[in-house]
Design a protein around this ligand. Structure first.
Ligand SMILES: Nc1ncnc2c1ncn2[C@@H]1O[C@H](COP(=O)(O)OP(=O)(O)OP(=O)(O)O)[C@@H](O)[C@H]1O
Ligand SMILES: [Mg+2]
Length: 246
């Protein structure tokens, strides 16, 4: 009996934004921060990464963001295999596709909000005038257009994080990676930051958020749980809970 070949799908699956395959990260001294992580993040997802301190969450985010290389395994961003790219191509990929937000904001102290945001376009080859114009528009998106001339010490914690979000989004990245973005904020400012992330996601940005806050994690459609360098659970939007055993 012969089998007809399967027909080509009418709509081929879109390329995932992130694919980690068997990613490991070992540090000198015998620390295995990642022990074979497999993770696929599709375009438009909004996922929480949760787990105990030291379980490898930030390490994975850095590997996903191409800030750090895995010891072994494969990382693909928007279909590009990271290890196959030269340093220049990798910087270009990062500048074009990835935005970062960190717990402690990482703003430049002597520069005002507009210039801090404009710096998000430094490696994208955009002229200064346009960088500043786009920075003002990004500040308006995080509702800080009235604070453009303030330097970081003249901003509240929540405002600093909104500037950092504006800097991350000014290049219109495919992927936004946030490591404890509400960790240094009071509840009200944290809620505003999460609302902004939801808004960005609704407009199409794929977002991964590391959080220790259960309430925040539970409010997101997908939760990836880490323990000892491994993903131990991946709770999906359709509420089917996939325990991961390997
Ligand atoms: N540069 C490094 N050199 C050696 N070990 C490191 C380095 N960076 C991280 N580690 C170790 O790797 C493990 C995972 O660290 P990681 O920062 O990914 O944890 P985490 O889950 O983000 O924790 P937290 O919730 O406290 O931020 C930890 O045991 C940590 O001590
Ligand atoms: Mg961390």
């Amino acid at each position: 009996m012969s089998h007809a070949p399967a027909p080509a799908p009418a709509h081929p699956a879109p390329t995932p934004v992130v694919e980690l395959w068997n990613a490991t990260k070992a540090y000198p001294g015998g620390v295995h921060a990642l022990r074979g992580v497999n993770l696929t993040v599709d375009a438009g997802e909004l996922l929480a990464v949760v787990g105990p301190s030291g379980s490898g969450k930030s390490t994975m985010l850095h590997v996903m963001g191409t800030l750090d290389k895995p010891t072994s395994g494969t990382v693909r961003i928007a279909g590009h295999e990271v290890s196959a790219l030269s340093d220049n191509r990798l910087s270009a990929l990062r500048a074009r596709h990835i935005g970062f937000v960190f717990q402690h904001f990482h703003l430049a102290a002597g520069r005002d909000a507009v210039d801090n945001v404009a710096d998000g376009l430094l490696y994208a080859g955009v002229p200064l005038r346009e960088r500043r114009a786009r920075a003002r528009a990004a500040l308006a998106r995080v509702r800080l257009d009235h604070r453009g001339s303030h330097r970081p010490h003249q901003l509240s914690g929540g405002e600093k994080q909104r500037v950092a979000i504006a800097r991350a989004l000014v290049g219109e990245p495919l992927l936004l990676l946030a490591d404890e973005p509400t960790g240094a904020l009071d509840t009200a400012s944290g809620e505003i930051v999460m609302e902004l992330l939801h808004e960005l996601n609704a407009m199409g940005t794929t977002i991964c958020v590391i959080t220790h806050d259960n309430e925040i994690a539970n409010s997101l459609p997908r939760r990836v749980r880490f323990k000892d360098g491994e993903i131990v659970a991946d709770e999906r939007p359709d509420s089917r809970e996939d325990g991961v055993t390997s």
